[in-house]
Design a protein around this ligand. Structure first.
Ligand code: PLP
Length: 462
């Protein structure tokens, strides 16, 4: 598929149009794009990405968004509503993570623009807390399965990231390896609940003990699982405790734009104590433009996202989240059982609402090749090659788990018959062919540049 399918259908703008276009026509054009693109996931065959999938919920969020979309949440004197929304989003999130159990600090948070930003703020907070204790060469220690956003934060803020191996069977952080990597410059260790690759939860209880013993921070990445795993626990799934009930947990990230069912562009980072949050603020008191402060990396930001995130949370309530979680976990259980019914396939570790599988008999990408023809879109993994499915609400529709079971059975036959060949699909996270060793840096830079290609693949007529 071309990255620029619209270049032949619509004019490519290389300059501002001289005369403005008719608003109705613009909206029609946008509606055409959006409606066509929505069909790619509405049948429930796409892993992750669309967490709610109900157009009526999206419409409701958009209505809430529209009321405050134009408002700059930085100017609280003219939008005190933003303080209400932000404060309540943080309070509801802290409550979900049992911050009431904290007796050694004052739990607080920040609403950010996404999981990456939440993680960045946590890492910045640990760097600053480390600096205050005289650490000038800080490092963080994480299992290799923790999200690349930690590497990005380490890169941005000048920390060393120490990746440790996982246990290949459980796919959880190898605690002996974590322990061995901690030294006097370690400001925090990282655990995932759950990780993006396998949907498994690190030994957060043991990490908490280790963090307390060694006097380092423990960030729990609940970007993906934060708004669904607590409801899984409530439903009786035996997921280990990963929140502020554990004495060593000092911060958490959780994405309202994933299983919080909010609009894209919102996430919450919470801290066990206000001192961590306070340490990472930026402000400038001597600027000629006035005294400037903004609590997060963003300057101006839309009040609409705060309103929509808040609206999503209070519309669903505990019962709504619980109901959605039940449907998602039951669907995941069915799909996992379908995978387990094939001895040729192997589930990675002990998954939750997201599962990953590989094969010891054939390259699992043969299965992916076949499933792709049936309209499925999984995420590809490497070391070992595996494919994963994050179950979201679109999969809970009638018949989707059954279609998965049926298509998978045929895919296993196909993979067995074709095991000598090379599969077409390869390890991807955003479109990078696996097995690529030379020029991989160049290739990845090109992918990113292509996302912003002003030529849309069509050279301008000269
Ligand atoms: C999505 C995700 C992130 C990063 O969040 P973004 O919202 O994509 O920036 C971090 N950790 C995990 C486990 C995730 O699933």
């Amino acid at each position: 598929m071309s990255a620029y399918p619209y270049a032949d259908r619509f004019p490519v703008n290389r300059t501002l149009p001289k005369e403005g276009r008719d608003p109705g026509e613009i909206i029609d054009e946008l509606r055409t794009l959006a409606t066509e693109e929505d069909t790619s996931w509405e049948d429930g065959k796409v892993s992750g990405t669309m967490y709610c999938g109900d157009h009526d919920h999206y419409e409701f969020l958009n209505e809430a968004f529209a009321l405050f979309a134009h408002v700059n949440a930085l100017q609280r004197d003219i939008c005190p509503s933003a303080t209400r929304f932000e404060g309540e989003i943080i309070a509801m999130t802290l409550d979900l993570f049992h911050a009431d159990a904290v007796t050694d600090g004052t739990p607080v948070g920040i609403v950010t623009s996404g999981g990456t930003a939440s993680i960045a703020h946590a890492i910045l907070a640990y760097r600053e807390a480390g600096r205050a204790r005289g650490i000038t060469n800080p490092n963080i220690v994480k299992a290799e399965t923790a999200h690349p956003a930690f590497g990005k934060a380490a890169h941005l803020f000048g920390l060393e990231q120490r990746n440790v191996a996982i246990d290949p069977v459980s796919t959880k952080a190898d605690m002996a390896a974590v322990r061995a990597q901690i030294d006097e410059n370690t400001v925090a260790i990282i655990g995932s609940a759950c990780n993006y690759g396998y949907g498994t939860i690190d030994p957060i209880g043991e990490m908490s003990e280790l963090a307390v013993e060694r006097g380092v921070g423990l960030h729990v990445d609940g970007c993906l699982g934060g708004f669904i795993l607590p409801f899984g626990q409530e439903l009786g799934y035996p997921f280990e405790v990963f929140d502020y009930r554990l004495p060593g947990v000092t911060s958490m990230s959780s994405d309202t734009h994933k299983y919080g069912y909010g609009l894209k562009g919102s996430s919450v980072v919470t801290f066990r104590d206000t001192a961590l949050r306070r340490g990472q603020y930026f402000y400038e008191t001597e600027w000629t433009g006035g005294k400037y402060c903004s609590p997060s990396m963003d300057g101006s930001r839309s009040g609409g996202l705060l309103a929509a995130t808040w609206a999503s949370m209070v519309k669903l309530g505990r019962d709504g989240y619980l109901k959605y979680a039940k449907e998602i976990f039951e669907t995941a259980d069915k799909m996992i059982a379908a995978v387990r019914s094939h001895p040729e396939l192997r589930i990675m570790g002990d998954p939750t609402f997201l599962f990953s599988f590989t094969s010891d008999e054939f390259d699992i990408y043969h299965v992916n090749d076949f499933m792709k023809l049936r309209g499925w879109r999984f995420n590809g993994q490497q070391y070992p090659n595996a494919i994963h499915m994050a179950v979201t609400r679109p999969q809970t529709q009638e018949g989707v788990a059954e279609a998965f079971e049926k298509d998978l059975a045929e895919a296993v036959v196909y993979a067995t018959e074709n095991s000598d060949g090379t599969p077409d699909s390869a390890a991807i996270y955003g479109g990078i062919p696996g097995g690529m060793t030379s020029d991989v840096d160049e290739f990845i830079r090109d992918i990113m540049a292509n996302m912003m290609d002003e030529q849309q693949g069509v050279p301008p007529a000269s």
